[in-house]
Design a protein around this ligand. Structure first.
Ligand SMILES: N[C@@H](CCC(=O)N[C@@H](CS)C(=O)NCC(=O)O)C(=O)O
Length: 587
């Protein structure tokens, strides 16, 4: 992890970042040296003032003391100035690395296979990225600007005390820091579990709230608002109790730390008083010792928090790097050639494909079929017959357990995945939209196309007139997941997107299932226009939508049970004829 972090903080290919880090370190050293100078100047001023009774003229003494006190102020302000400047200079490094890491992880997540995403809660994933990248920032900042500088200051202070005041002083200050650190770390260790419970309860509450609000309509259908609120409150109760324990244990920690430091400070000042009485030290020395130790207590006051947060940050980083190490189960060979498709060769072939999501529950058993280029083919079958799984395999969201899928005669597992996916436009069964404008959602099909192309695609999908009737027209916000649109409108957005993508292969996965008959009729005409000259697959539950297909393949028990035109299949009097009969009877 440290190595991974160093790559961002000391990047070989970015001299500007390295320069910033070097400047920050320079400012840090400057700030600490000035900090240690402050008590010296104070001591000087006190001792000078103490010599008033001696022979030196009062004016000279006052001038010297004044100069030292002004120096004291300047040193103090400059130490703080260096400190702040250092934070400002380093902030860019930290935030830049967070951005780079978060983008890398985000891209990596997009490159993982669908099985990974189906098994993960999206909210939890984004939190992992968020926490992981913040963790890196924290560890970087804490190490470079808190832990290392405090150790540096402690070494500086102990050496000065040892050399100037004697080993007893150095011993007491080192001993005090040792006891202080041991106490802080053990109490922090003990109280960390309260914070862990607190974070867990906070997460749980967040997930509960999101899950419940996403299911807003379902909650209403079953009048379960009170039940949902009670469940939410249950988690908040856990959060409340853990938060209380966190704050009371913080009081214990703070009091103990203060008591240890105050004891050591008293002991050291008593030692100094003895030395003053013996004539070995001046009153100025007592003030200096006090000042040095007091300054040291400031960064040490956060030792517990830093320790806890660094540990937590390391765990968060580990979770994030673990995500980075998950490999996609769907990969193309290195330097895979692109899928080459012309207008005439976009044929699709499944060759003895076996596939199952869960062992022992096969979806496809030795499935084989060929779809000639340019044909409009329909897939029908009962629910669970694998119609949608076929699209997932074709799009390489999943890998078949065995067998081959060829497009234009090329094995899709051997070609570049990006080029494969560019060749297929899918209108999914469940069209989910981005929380953005309607224009953005249609444009998403091909971001390089113009507004005019977007409008044409909307026209083809029979959506343009609806949009023009809305007050904000193409700038209308569709709401989260497209909630403000009807099922039919959402599906037409998805169709418009696919039309805009303009791929040689088009797949409609139950694309007209949420449309009323009139819209469906219009859309089927639009689809007929869009599919002209392309290989298209129409997956349908409603058989009336696929009657005109060049050929209909009926999926049964993981294989193609029957295939033929509508008329041929009716004549066969098999599964298709039975499905047809049931549906027309219902009608
Ligand atoms: N003196 C304590 C507490 C320092 C402190 O106040 N830390 C801040 C964060 S920098 C805080 O909010 N702590 C809350 C907590 O530890 O529960 C220590 O060494 O950890």
């Amino acid at each position: 992890m440290i190595r991974a972090m160093m790559a961002y903080i000391w990047p070989k290919d970015d001299a500007l970042v390295r320069k910033r880090v070097a400047i920050s370190l320079g400012l840090l050293a400057g700030s600490k040296v000035l900090t240690v100078c402050v008590p010296f100047l104070f001591k000087g001023a006190v001792d000078t003032m103490g010599s008033l009774t001696m022979d030196t003229p009062a004016d000279t003494i006052l001038t010297t003391a004044t100069a030292m006190l002004i120096g004291y102020g300047i040193a103090r302000a400059s130490a703080a100035g260096f400190n702040e400047l250092r934070n400002a200079v380093f902030a860019k490094v930290a935030h830049h690395s967070i951005r780079k890491i978060a983008t890398n992880v985000f891209l990596h997540l997009h490159n993982l296979d669908l099985a990974f995403h189906l098994n993960k809660q999206t909210g939890a994933l984004s939190k992992t990225i968020d926490r992981g990248s913040r963790g890196i920032n924290f560890v970087l900042t804490a190490m470079v600007f808190n832990i290392v500088p405090t150790i540096f200051e402690l070494a500086l202070v102990s050496s000065i005390l040892g050399i100037k005041c004697g080993l007893a002083f150095a011993g007491v200050s080192m001993g005090c820091v040792g006891v202080y650190a041991a106490y802080t770390l053990s109490v922090t260790q003990w109280r960390t579990k309260f914070r862990v419970y607190m974070n867990q309860a906070e997460n749980e509450a967040g997930n509960k709230a999101v899950d419940s609000l996403i299911n807003y309509e379902t909650v209403k259908y079953f009048n379960n608002e009170k039940f949902e609120a009670a469940r939410y409150d249950q988690v908040l109760k856990k959060y409340e109790s853990a938060s209380l324990k966190t704050s009371s244990s913080l009081a214990v920690l703070n009091f103990g730390q203060n008591a240890i430091f105050s004891t050591a400070l008293s002991v050291i000042m008593v030692l100094a008083a003895n030395e003053i009485a013996k004539g070995n030290m001046t009153v100025g020395d007592l003030v200096m010792v006090n000042g040095l130790l007091f300054q040291l207590s400031i960064p040490l006051g956060f030792l517990g928090s830093v320790y806890r947060e660094v540990r937590q940050a390391l765990l968060d980083m580990q979770a994030m790097f673990t995500l980075m190490n998950v490999d996609s189960r769907v990969n193309a060979p290195v330097n895979a050639p692109p899928l080459l498709l012309g207008p005439d060769n976009a044929s699709i072939e499944f060759k003895n494909v076996n596939f199952e999501y869960e062992p022992g529950k096969p979806i496809f058993k030795d499935l084989s079929f060929v779809i000639p280029a340019g044909k409009n083919i329909a897939f029908v079958g009962g629910s669970g017959s694998g119609k949608s799984s076929m699209v997932r395999l074709l799009f390489r969201f999943f890998e078949p357990n065995s067998g081959k899928i060829l497009i234009g005669g090329q094995d899709i597992s051997e070609v570049d995945i990006d080029s494969l996916r560019k060749s297929i436009a899918v209108v999914p069964q469940d069209s989910v939209l981005f929380h953005d404008t309607i224009k953005h959602n249609i444009h998403y099909g091909n971001l390089s196309k113009s507004q005019e192309d977007v409008e044409n695609a909307a026209r083809m999908a029979d959506l343009h007139d609806n949009i023009m009737g809305w007050p904000k027209k193409y700038q209308t916000q569709v709401g989260e997941r497209g909630l403000k649109l009807s099922g039919g409108e959402k599906q037409r957005v998805a169709i418009a997107r696919a039309i805009l993508k303009n791929s040689p292969i088009l797949i409609f996965d139950e694309a007209t299932s949420s449309l009323d008959s009139i819209t469906e009729h219009n859309i089927l005409q639009a689809l007929a226009r869009a599919t002209k000259g392309r290989t298209s697959i129409c997956i349908a539950h409603r058989l009336s939508t696929v009657m005109d297909a060049d050929e209909i393949l009926v999926l049964e028990n993981g294989q193609v049970g029957e295939r033929g035109t509508h008329a041929e299949l009716l004549k066969k009097n098999g599964l298709y004829a039975r499905l047809w009969e049931t549906q027309t009877q219902q009608f």
